[in-house]
Ligand binder design. Structure first.
Ligand code: HEM
Length: 250
């Protein structure tokens, strides 16, 4: 396959993400809501936060909420970290190989394809774990694992893309001619669904979540708390019974 075709494919995928996210922002008005709400809750601030403190809050949020997904706990957090870092490694190594090492005479350093495979495997581990066992509608609401709804578009297209990539790689290594081309086509199509589906899927949460986490921590620092009351410690009065069963009955 000519390098230019692969490079053009990557550029088109990036454009799809940008356009999909912009349409999402316009349609849901979520960014407008976010800024209006931030302005409104500022009025109930009880203290002023200095610029230095704000920078430190932003850095701490990036280091904790974003880089370690601290909003999630336990298995959910491990599954998300596997999927998130796996995907980032998969995307970054794909881009490096496509833009620097995709001509027949170029030789990619062996670490790159190794990381590409590790990234795809991590994405599958985190994604399938989430899909089969952790999804709220399956883990807590008793729906069967094979129930598919529109909200599953992101996680499914993500894991299916990584799976097709791995199968395509295996078939090339095993030199099973014809089948590898089929899986290259399936791999390309699943990428188009993943990146072309941003408007309908949860893809853009990776851009929104960091902003929301920063706003939440700034609100905690200036006392506005998004106009919500401070957390109570009252449940401690109810004894250990409250810890007897995990809250799974949404
Ligand atoms: C490359 C980056 C990322 C990838 C590939 C990714 C992947 C995913 C996937 C597949 C899901 C499950 C979606 C579903 O409910 O069907 C998810 C949910 C979630 N993500 Fe991400 N994510 C990324 C970045 C982030 C970031 C930066 C944050 C936070 C700052 C974040 C926070 C969350 C949260 C809180 C959930 C809900 C989890 C749950 O319901 O258990 N994600 N993410």
């Amino acid at each position: 396959m000519p390098s230019i075709a692969m490079q053009a494919f990557v550029v088109v995928m990036i454009i799809l993400v940008v356009v999909g996210t912009l349409f999402d922002i316009i349609h849901k008005k979520n960014v407008k809501y976010f800024f209006d709400n931030a302005k409104k809750s500022k009025k109930s601030a009880t203290s002023t936060v200095s610029s230095g403190k704000k920078i430190s809050i932003v850095l701490k949020t990036v280091a904790s909420d974003v880089l370690t997904t601290s909003e999630l706990a336990g298995k959910r957090r491990i599954a998300h970290l596997l999927g998130m870092y796996g995907t980032i490694i998969f995307w970054v190594t794909s881009a490096i190989m496509i833009f620097n090492y995709s001509t027949p005479e170029s030789v990619a350093p062996s670490i790159l394809p190794l990381l590409w495979h590790i990234g795809a495997i991590m994405t599958c581990l985190g994604g399938y774990w989430f899909w089969f066992f952790l999804r709220a509608d399956v883990a807590a609401e008793g729906n069967p694992w094979y129930r598919v709804i529109k909200a599953d578009l992101f996680v499914l297209s993500l894991v299916v893309t990584a799976t097709f990539g791995l199968v395509w790689s295996y078939l090339q290594a095993a030199d099973i001619s014809g089948w590898d081309t089929l899986f290259l086509v399936l791999f390309s199509l699943s990428n188009i669904v993943l990146f072309g589906g941003v408007y309908w899927s949860k893809f853009a949460h990776m851009f929104y979540k960091p902003g929301a986490a920063i706003q939440k921590h700034l609100g905690e620092a200036d006392g506005s708390r998004d106009n919500l009351p401070a957390p109570t410690d009252k449940q401690e009065q109810y004894g250990l019974g409250i810890k007897r069963e995990a809250p799974r009955h949404y």
